[in-house]
Design a protein. Structure first.
Lengths: 814, 95
């Protein structure tokens, strides 16, 4: 398709003469030190559409900006190009300048001649100047094809959904509700409270856990702004930032809210089962409440257990016992549909199941228990009424061992990461034992004791003072004495370099935390990403630690990484504040880098919908069309790269604009150049970092910025080769680190397909390289360019001509 | 809380269940099998013997499993089965 026709079909064509102004910045001596800025400006003046070009010392200074504003009016400029530093640094500054002068900010373009040129070619003035000219030429070529754009505004519904009713979810819900927003709190279990409700005491202050949590739970239950949906699950989420439509399955309790929680029903219920809340160490009935402080306090019938499970009311003992007639066997599951503007994910973590570690014999030896079971045993509300007893004979143990890092810090037997809470939990537990039974002999087997928080070291010292023995080196094995059910722990003390064999009455495995097994559906419904550990990934590990990459979604508590109660609460308040900012504003603007759709070219193949990481493109099978939800779009452009019919392109990164940049690079001496496509967030930033660190690399590379490497369509690479480029680099974020969830997986697929094609056609596939480089990996980027430059020097004219022929089609009849 | 439960409840011995003596009037049974089908604990099954009405009356498989819900009594069209609830330990203690 010719360029003329393309322009006609573009709905936002700017008619009239294109008048470009170019400003080449000296940046003191930062650029002028190795680039002849005057010459670059002179060269720029000769380029098509350029009506004004000049160089100045600091374009970003107030005078520099005033000059641009003046020129826009005086010379009637309708496009501005600044050749200076990285657009990641000053693009917003100059966009603002243009806007102040009445020019749409999308009509501004930057050429990065500092980080990508002067700083990395410090000692080669001539090549650096030539490269700077090329970079300006590319920017001017793109600028001529820029179009003004308006950012769309999306209203935000002032209601929030909190998924998970542990301490993090409770805190987030209360903070938002106190701010004045309506909050829906969804909890899968019959009661909120989560893990914290099951723990006896908290470290380092030794507060009673449920005593400090219960008032908060009851606040949630009574808050006029909170609607609590316990025993419920999120089943569907549609929509985007500010406008989520959520479906929640509310499973029946079979007990109406009239329940006064007197417990008479439970007394007469003839069926029993282990209570999960007590880690199975106590019994409950089919009609029950998981624990005394449960919120909602309404009882619940476990229909898998109840005699009436087949739908016939066989047993009516509870009904007869209930004075308020609150029991209703006819209750059905219902689906609640709500609209919310923000979502806080606080689904928590699971505990590691140590039965896979056969050397510790958990599940086989009666007196080996987990730290969670220990919490229930030492808890006054637990199955033993707070008496520490061992399961085999229900006697109080006199010698106890704690084993640390069970399921943590080992990729062989569990998870690679440190679970954060187990060291302090064990120290607290050992002090609890000492408090009640001071004569107890306590051994703690550890790898490292990590007492890193406020008041933690004090607690550790106190435990040692109380006589708790800390032994470095985990036991290799636990062996049970069959008669007494006592345990022998065998291992090596790595501090004293000697073997130990310790006899104890009971061993407690300090189990780590792991991602919840039901994270996957939440991840899918909310289009989130997870780290290699399996915990949810934040938008930025330092500066946006509670935001998800998907707009309008935030994390709190262990869903994001293992953390203790204090950190969970801190993060929950942070998430509530972040969600509150969005809702207080009431609207959000979406950057105009969303797809442009040409419906007349669309064949409704659905490929775009498949690759969209945000579900922002919906294939409507009934109406046989593709629907765009611009507000949900993240702006990666991978849909535009995927579309085989050119029916989609990305605003501000259109096919035409990118092709014009490729053409500008390859106009002269293409056979000595590398065309590099770098994603804005990792590879481009990595190249910036190489510049800032003054890492020197050959000046043969010309970088074209895209928001995501997923924007790089095969036709761009083909066109570069067809125009004789020596080599092409596609560079993006590491897999799993993509700023756009998973769009860079498409990059990989496309490059692999191109490699295959090149191989089949007898081309040297080394000429196309794929690089994963993070924003901190400047050296990785620089060494890749050095490596590729060696290739460029070697590549033969025949090889280049062959590629020109093979990819001839990509020129599209030019 | 999806963790696996690996230890038996410590207070298992303290649990009390309602106990019952099941009374069958075999010759009154017409063999409809309602009691067998609806018993939630599967305490009953069809016997081999033939009663006065020429059908197989139910027989008790394991009386200790009976939780005295009394549904067999309620559902029997021929008043051929009823239960006598045994007093629980607590009731005995309290007189």
């Amino acid at each position: 398709m010719g360029a003329e026709e393309k322009e006609k079909t573009n709905p936002r064509e700017d008619d009239g003469e294109i008048r470009i102004g170019v400003y080449v910045c000296h940046c003191g001596l930062n650029i002028a030190g190795s680039v002849d800025c005057g010459e670059v400006a002179k060269f720029a003046a000769t380029l098509p559409h350029v009506v004004w070009a000049q160089d100045n010392r600091y374009t970003c200074s107030d005078q520099g900006q005033e000059q641009i504003k003046k020129d826009i009016k005086e010379h009637k400029l309708n496009r501005v190009v600044v050749a200076s530093c990285s657009p990641r640094l000053h693009e917003p500054t100059f966009r603002k300048t243009c806007e102040d002068a009445g020019l749409n900010k999308y009509l501004f373009e930057m050429a990065n001649i500092r980080e990508h040129c002067s700083w990395v070619h410090l000692y080669d003035r001539q090549s650096a100047t030539e490269k700077a000219k090329d970079l300006v030429k590319m920017a001017v070529a793109k600028a001529a094809r820029l179009q003004s754009a308006k950012e769309i505004e999306v209203p935000i519904i002032r209601k929030a959904l909190v998924i998970g009713g542990g301490v993090a979810g409770i805190q987030a819900a209360l903070d938002l509700a106190d701010t004045g927003y309506k909050v829906y709190l969804v909890e899968k279990e019959p009661s909120i409270g989560g893990m914290m409700a099951r723990i006896d005491k908290t470290f380092p202050t030794m507060d009673c856990s449920i005593c400090i949590l219960a008032p908060k739970m009851s606040d949630v239950g009574h808050h006029p702004n909170i609607e609590l949906l316990a025993n419920s699950e999120v089943t569907d989420v549609k929509g985007y930032i500010g406008n989520f439509h959520v479906k929640i399955l509310k499973r029946p309790r079979f007990v109406k809210n009239d329940c006064s929680a007197c417990g008479e029903c439970s007394k007469v219920c003839p069926v029993i089962a282990p209570n999960k809340f007590d880690a199975g160490l106590a019994i409950r009935h089919a009609i029950y409440t998981p624990f005394a402080q449960a919120v909602p306090s309404t009882y619940i019938i476990d229909m898998n257990l109840c005699l009436n499970k087949d739908g016939v009311t066989v047993c009516d003992k509870c009904m007869k016992a209930c004075e308020r007639q609150a029991i209703d066997f006819e209750m059905k599951p219902e689906t609640v549909e709500i609209d919310v503007g923000t979502i806080i994910v606080a689904i928590g973590a699971d505990v590691f199941d140590p039965s896979s570690l056969q050397n510790y014999g958990y599940g086989k030896y009666l007196n080996v228990i987990t730290s969670l079971e220990f919490e229930r045993l030492i808890n006054a509300g637990g199955p033993s009424g707070g008496h520490l007893i061992r399961p085999s004979d229900l006697e109080i143990p006199r010698r106890v061992a704690f084993i640390q890092c069970v399921g943590s810090r080992s990729d062989k037997s569990g998870r690679l990461y440190c679970s954060n809470v187990c060291c302090m939990n064990t120290i607290k537990d050992s002090l609890l034992i000492k408090e009640h039974w001071p004569e107890t002999e306590i051994h703690v087997f550890y790898v490292d004791i990590r007492a890193y928080g406020k008041g933690f070291e004090d607690l550790y010292k106190r435990a040692r003072k109380e006589g708790v023995l800390f032994i470095r080196g985990l036991p290799a094995e636990i062996v049970e004495d069959r008669k007494t059910h006592n345990l022998w722990l065998v291992g090596e003390n790595t501090l004293q370099k000697e073997l130990y064999k310790v006899n104890v009455d009971m061993a407690i495995l300090s189990v780590g935390l792991e991602p919840r097994k039901d994270s996957e559906p939440i991840q899918r419904l909310l289009t989130l990403s997870r780290t290699q550990d399996g915990f949810f990934m934040e938008a930025h590990p330092k500066l946006r630690p509670v935001d998800a990459a998907t707009g309008g979604i935030f994390f709190a508590g262990c869903a994001e990484s293992p953390k203790d109660i204090k950190d969970s609460v801190t993060q929950a308040s942070a998430a509530a504040a972040r969600a509150g900012i969005l809702m207080a504003k009431g609207k959000v603007t979406v950057e105009a880098i969303t797809p442009i759709f040409y419906p007349e070219r669309c064949k409704v193949c659905g490929l775009c919908a498949k690759v969209c990481p945000y579900n922002a493109i919906v294939l409507n099978k009934e109406l046989k069309r593709v629907e765009l939800v611009k507000a949900a779009c993240g702006g990666c452009g991978t849909c535009a790269a995927e579309c085989p019919f050119d029916a989609l392109t990305q605003d501000h990164f259109t096919d035409e604009q990118i092709i014009s940049q490729i053409d500008a690079v390859t106009e002269s001496d293409a056979d000595k150049k590398i065309v590099a496509f770098c994603c804005n967030w990792c590879a481009y930033a990595g190249a910036d970092f190489a510049g800032v660190s003054r890492m020197q690399y050959p000046p043969s590379v010309r970088i074209i910025r895209t928001m995501c490497s997923g924007r790089v369509a095969p036709k761009f690479v083909e066109r570069a080769f067809a125009r004789g480029a020596a080599a092409v680099l596609v560079a993006g974020c590491h897999p799993g680190d993509c700023h756009y969830i998973n769009a860079n997986y498409q990059t990989q697929k496309r490059v692999e397909r191109l490699w295959k094609k090149m191989e089949q056609q007898g081309l040297d596939k080394e000429r196309l390289q794929l690089l994963w480089a993070s924003a901190a990996e400047g050296e990785r980027f620089a060494s890749k360019i050095r490596e590729m430059n060696r290739l460029v020097e070697k590549v033969s004219p025949e090889e280049i001509n062959n590629a020109k022929k093979v990819f001839e089609k990509a020129l599209g009849g030019d | 809380m999806p963790e696996r439960i690996r230890h038996a409840p410590l207070d298992m011995g303290k649990a009390t269940f309602p106990k019952a003596k099941i009374q069958l009037i075999k010759d009154q049974c017409k063999g409809c099998g309602f009691c067998i089908r609806f018993c939630p604990q599967k305490v009953l099954e069809e016997s081999q013997e033939i009663n006065a009405r020429g059908v197989h009356p139910p027989k008790i498989v394991d009386e200790s499993k009976c939780l005295a819900c009394g549904f067999c009594t309620a559902v029997c069209p021929d008043f051929a089965i009823f239960i006598i609830e045994k007093p629980s330990k607590e009731d005995v203690k309290n007189g």
